[in-house]
Design a binder for this molecule. Structure first.
Ligand SMILES: C[S@@+](CC[C@H](N)C(=O)[O-])C[C@H]1O[C@@H](n2cnc3c(N)ncnc32)[C@H](O)[C@@H]1O
Length: 269
């Protein structure tokens, strides 16, 4: 394969497995992330490694490739229909009249784009200036990802999905050495609490959550583990609270006690 065909092969592989589109411009990321696998198999040339993947690699090697390219993958406003559902349907279903307090958990927050996307939507629809009080708990197993999330600084090309008006409202443009970068404004970032947490470990919270986002992490777990995890998450939801999973993560056939409202949207009854 030539280089263009090699990248096409990798991009299709990741799309088929995870529904993640690694767009053009991700070539150097793909090469860097697969470097370790290439060297392990004695390849010096990226195209030769892709030939090997296509024709003779086993499923285990393909899994390593998928992991290397997707483990911390995230984006602002990823799977955006969840955010509109959150503000239009899920939260109105759980907020009692007169209550102006909300709690949302982003349970595998990676580098922060998911909790900040939630925050942008909440700021728009439940403004702090109108007396709303909301907080987001954002957790992940990776301290490295959490470090980036807490810093709340993103290169301009990470923000293409965020409407320009929201960029002006919720992000600060960097200057000098931060030219080309944006930081989430403190009014938003101080509403998000970050904490390291292994979803498969032992944990307790003082409060329950109105909503939980646990997206694009369950694909890494087997079915019994997914079932156990969802039952555990459900304990931390308020009655009628919602759980969002990734678009490619179905809980069909699992005994979770949650009602499926739409693919990837579940409710505690
Ligand atoms: C592909 S990212 C998903 C990020 C975000 N939820 C989204 O949908 O864009 C998966 C995240 O799950 C985290 N993760 C993997 N295993 C975990 C575990 N056992 N407990 C908590 N987080 C975990 C990884 O560190 C990674 O940041």
């Amino acid at each position: 394969m030539d280089e263009a065909a090699s990248f096409d092969f990798i991009i299709s592989l990741i799309y088929e497995r995870c529904r993640i589109r690694l767009h053009d411009g991700k070539q150097s990321l793909i090469k860097t992330r697969l470097g370790k696998r290439m060297r392990l198999h004695g390849f010096e040339n990226f195209n030769d490694y892709c030939d090997f993947l296509k024709h003779s690699a086993d499923e285990e090697e393909i899994t390593h490739v998928v992991d290397a390219l997707t483990t911390n993958f995230t984006n602002f406003l990823r799977e955006q229909d969840h955010f509109t559902y959150m503000v239009k349907t899920a939260l109105p279903a759980v907020i009692p009249p007169g209550k102006k307090k909300l709690k949302v958990w982003s349970a595998a927050c990676a580098t922060g784009e998911e909790p900040y996307s939630i925050a942008f939507y909440l700021a728009e629809h439940f403004p702090l200036t109108a007396g709303w009080d909301w907080r987001i708990l954002a957790t992940d197993i990776s301290t490295k990802a959490l470090g980036k999330a807490k810093a709340a600084v993103y290169a301009e090309d990470r923000l293409t999905a965020v409407p320009p008006e929201w960029q002006r409202r919720y992000l600060q443009r960097g200057h000098g050495k931060w030219e080309g970068h944006y930081r989430v404004k403190p009014a938003i970032s101080e509403r998000v609490d970050f904490q390291q947490l292994n979803l498969l470990g032992q944990y307790q919270f003082k409060d329950t959550f109105d909503l939980i986002f646990c997206r694009n992490v369950m694909i890494y777990f087997d079915r019994p583990t997914q079932e156990q995890l969802v039952r555990q998450l459900a304990k931390f939801l308020v009655p009628h609270g919602h759980l969002f999973t990734g678009h490619s993560e179905s809980l069909n056939g699992l005994d979770t006690g949650l009602r499926c409202l739409k693919p990837s949207i579940y409710q505690k009854s």
